[in-house]
Design a protein around this ligand. Structure first.
Ligand code: ADP
Ligand code: MG
Length: 326
């Protein structure tokens, strides 16, 4: 890979939590030695069930959280050495619910204008705002409207305009369409695809909607309890998932087969991030777990052109063995 524009090296973030009102304090590892590399112009999808640490990883990339261990680098520089002002010109987020990221007392034009003012950008700022709103397909006649007067899709367009008005190279989308109606989701995804092409954006795309992730990503990283368990090119990951957790994740979306019913969730008990297992974190839920999996934690390894953390992955070799047996 060419020099990464964004990288996480063995990044760990822990939280102290209390279970229940009078429960003992416990430590929770939200992100566990996570390493990611993103080349310029690339889009990396980040998936995994709720609570696996995706949003914490996002906050670390935005400098909104500090890692307890490891390092986040942007354009070769440690994020700690980049001042907030410069950082916000390099990386910008788009979050799930634009209602919370937009100030309700500021109209659309002002919302997009504000970052330009804060950063003392020169030139005709009003024209830059207009151009940006055009670019995201926001109707000009609504430029003086307030967030509460807009639809969810329109609000998300404003949030995207606001994120891109300073021309950042990296856009980090954390569930950007999850709060929107299905028809509007597609419009926002298409908008992001257009903007990515026009502005050569580098993107992190977090979503629990796997179809969308498959559509938009070059590569996909799968997280489980804060750890990276598999990372591969999008096609490879979706066609030949090798980690048992990736397979479970893909099979838990409904197949379009009438009468097939719901997928089996018998072994799909929720994961607990406060438990530090001696063996593989996924072993308690894994159908293929062996004695070794409970005794020892697998390392992330490069295999078959992908990264995988499993002693018994479904590789091309074991797949053909399976076929021979059945
Ligand atoms: P995801 O975005 O994948 O759903 P998060 O990164 O939001 O996951 O959360 C990962 C884990 O860290 C969860 O167990 C969550 O409860 C916990 N967590 C996240 N933020 C905090 C916080 N500020 N304080 C305590 N625990 C947190
Ligand atoms: Mg999240």
């Amino acid at each position: 890979m060419t020099k990464p524009l964004l990288s996480l090296s063995e990044v760990t973030r822990r939280y102290r939590i209390r279970k229940g009102l009078f429960g003992a304090r416990r430590e929770l590892t939200a992100v566990n030695k996570l390493s990611l590399n993103l080349a310029e112009g690339e889009t990396l999808g980040l998936v995994g069930e709720s609570g696996c640490g995706k949003s914490t990883a996002v906050k670390l990339m935005l400098g909104l959280e500090k890692p307890d261990e490891g390092e986040v680098r942007i354009a070769g520089r440690s994020i700690d050495s980049i001042d907030r002002r410069s950082l916000s010109r390099m990386v910008q987020p788009v979050f799930q619910d634009p209602y919370y990221s937009l100030n309700p007392t500021r109209n659309v034009s002002d919302a997009v204008l504000q970052p330009l003012k804060v950063h003392r950008v020169a030139g005709d700022l009003k024209a830059q705002v207009r151009r940006m709103l055009d670019l995201v397909g926001f109707p000009t006649r609504l430029a003086e409207a307030y967030p509460a007067q807009l639809s969810g899709g329109q609000r998300q367009r404003v949030a995207i305009a606001r994120a891109l008005v300073l021309k950042p190279k990296i856009l980090i989308c954390d569930e950007p369409t999850s709060a929107l109606d299905v028809s509007v989701q597609a419009q926002v995804i298409n908008l992001l695809l257009e903007l990515r092409r026009e502005l050569t954006l580098t993107m992190i795309f977090v979503s629990h909607n796997l179809a969308v992730v498959e559509h938009i990503s070059d590569r996909v990283s799968v997280m489980y309890l804060g750890q990276l368990v598999e990372e591969a090119e999008t096609d490879q990951l979706f066609r030949r998932p090798a980690h048992p957790y990736t397979q479970m994740l893909l099979s838990s979306t409904l197949a379009p087969t009438p009468g097939a019913g719901l997928p089996s969730f018998t072994r799909h008990a929720a994961a607990d991030a406060t438990v530090q297992a001696k063996g593989c974190a996924f072993a308690p839920r894994c159908e293929g777990a062996q004695a070794q999996c409970l005794a020892k934690a697998p390392e992330l390894e490069r295999q078959d052109g992908r990264f995988i953390r499993c002693f018994y992955p479904k590789t091309a070799e074991t797949r053909s063995l399976d076929k021979a047996v059945s």
